[in-house]
Design a protein around this ligand. Structure first.
Ligand SMILES: Nc1ncnc2c1ncn2[C@@H]1O[C@H](COP(=O)(O)OP(=O)(O)OP(=O)(O)O)[C@@H](O)[C@H]1O
Length: 292
């Protein structure tokens, strides 16, 4: 796996942010008579620069997917706002949200369910272009370009998703997200359904595409080694709040917040010697926590 260039951190923070999430609150209604809504995001603020990858980690249920959905306009925003290139994009109407989809796209976790099994890869990739007014020949040209970018053969256009492996399907999903040159792609656990060597190749593809196109990623994952590899900066969520944000290398090796340290100590390590060290670190950490 190639390492993410550190220079992007400085460029992204100097330029105006592409995405600003400002004190974002999301409440979900709870079924049942007179039950109050549940607050899932409790005032989240973060920024993503053009061409930057912000890794978003946190335990299950901490609100990572909800934050991604809110940015895509798919979760109800109760308070605060989301701005893209300075324009408020939270709580848009349906038509404006469709326009937003040009700039913000998504790649989901499961490449087996996120592609329409009845459509050929060619149709999956041309559809977003045709519905937004491209001519068929322009759309076909763009699809050839996209397949080349994600390293799939040109004859993939006439095949169905089931004829591809998990990694190849995720390449198709990435190509679909890129059809209209988005500024930001929300990547929701996009490699966690893949085996380790396929994960590495797909992560490298994300990086390669970013270097070529300047797209920014919000990269949601529970895997700290993935986040360390792909991100310029990392934000850590805990129970609906951001508890730590910083440079990827710093947060994933010397975190400030006790929750991030716990997350780091809970991450699996393949080396048995390192496992023993990690166990000892966990005991020391627990003892220090107990001592206050
Ligand atoms: N549509 C919904 N209606 C009600 N509650 C929801 C809805 N979607 C998510 N939640 C709740 O919001 C909280 C955060 O969920 P979310 O999926 O954002 O967490 P997550 O950090 O992405 O978890 P995971 O890593 O398991 O995917 C959870 O308690 C979940 O049950």
């Amino acid at each position: 796996m190639s390492a993410q260039p550190m220079s992007a951190e400085s460029t992204s923070t100097v330029s105006a942010p592409l995405l600003t999430v400002d004190r974002l609150v999301v409440d979900y209604p709870v079924t049942g008579w007179r039950r109050p809504p549940v607050r899932v995001l409790k005032g989240i603020s973060l920024e993503i620069g053009a061409g930057e990858t912000l890794g978003l980690v946190g335990e299950s249920g901490s609100g990572k997917t909800t934050l991604g959905r809110a940015i895509l306009g798919l979760a109800p925003v109760t308070g605060g706002e989301i701005r893209l290139g300075g324009r408020v994009v939270s709580n848009l109407g349906r038509r404006e949200r469709r326009a937003l989809s040009r700039d913000v796209q998504v790649v989901f976790q499961d490449p087996y369910t996120s592609l329409n099994p009845a459509m050929t890869v060619g149709d999956i990739l041309t559809e977003p272009l045709l519905v937004t007014g491209s001519s068929r020949s322009d759309a076909q040209r763009r699809v050839r370009e996209l397949l080349d970018q994600v390293h799939l053969p040109a004859d993939a256009v006439s095949r169905l998703p089931r004829e591809f492996s998990g990694g190849q399907r995720q390449r198709i999903a990435i190509a679909r997200a890129l059809t209209r040159d988005p500024k930001l792609v929300v990547c929701d656990e996009p490699v966690s359904a893949l085996d380790l060597s396929t994960q590495a190749r797909v992560l490298d593809l994300f990086i390669e595409i970013q270097e070529r196109t300047g797209v920014a990623y919000l990269f949601v994952t529970h895997d700290l080694s993935v986040v360390r590899h792909i991100s310029h900066r990392v934000a850590v969520m805990y129970r609906g709040e951001l508890v730590e944000t910083g440079d990827a290398a710093a947060v994933t090796t010397a975190p400030d917040h006790p929750y991030t340290r716990r997350l780091l100590l809970a991450a699996p390590v393949p080396d048995p010697r390192r496992q023993a060290e990690r166990r000892a670190e966990r005991h020391r950490f627990a003892a220090a926590q107990a001592a206050g």
